[in-house]
Design a protein. Structure first.
Length: 157
């Protein structure tokens, strides 16, 4: 199995991978997780096999290679693997791997739980059952009410 040569370039919008797969007519490109795998089967052209009456002897072969090509690439974080495009042109497979667009954090509304309002009697400043001192109304300081109740109790004694 041959490992094809590749060039990898980066732009602001995408990574572009160019893989040489001469003689391949239908390469497979599979993205799984953060890995991108390219594979292709290549057979020698019939014209090359039939040269010299079908008994051609290969003296040197650099361009056409029979067999399989396979190469894997690890994709970086921040790419949109669902939008990868592949194009085969003249034995060069060009893969365009777009970068994911940064997404602004979504605004999230936080639910505020409001406590039940105090009973009507408590809002009016009346004594609640069992209370010995009057309750403060609308955020008054509680300490003054306690002191007033203590003075009132001392005067009654």
């Amino acid at each position: 199995m041959a490992v094809p040569v590749a060039n990898i370039n980066e732009s602001d919008a995408a990574f572009v991978i160019q893989v040489d797969v001469p003689g391949a007519s239908d390469p497979d490109v599979v993205a799984v997780g953060n890995k991108l795998k390219v594979s292709a089967a290549v057979s020698l052209p019939a014209a090359l096999l039939q040269a010299g009456g079908g008994t051609a002897r290969v003296l040197r072969r650099e361009r056409a290679r029979a067999g399989r090509y396979e190469r894997s690439f690890v994709l970086p974080d921040g790419v949109d693997a669902d939008a990868i495009e592949a194009r085969l042109d003249a034995g060069v497979l060009t893969l365009t791997v777009p970068k994911a667009r940064p997404q602004a954090p979504a605004a999230k509304k936080i639910k505020v739980v409001v406590a039940a309002p105090p009973a009507a009697a408590e809002r009016a400043g009346d004594k609640a059952p069992g209370d010995k001192a009057p309750r403060p109304a609308d955020g008054d300081d509680d300490e003054g009410a306690v002191e007033d109740a203590a003075e009132e109790a001392a005067m009654q004694a």
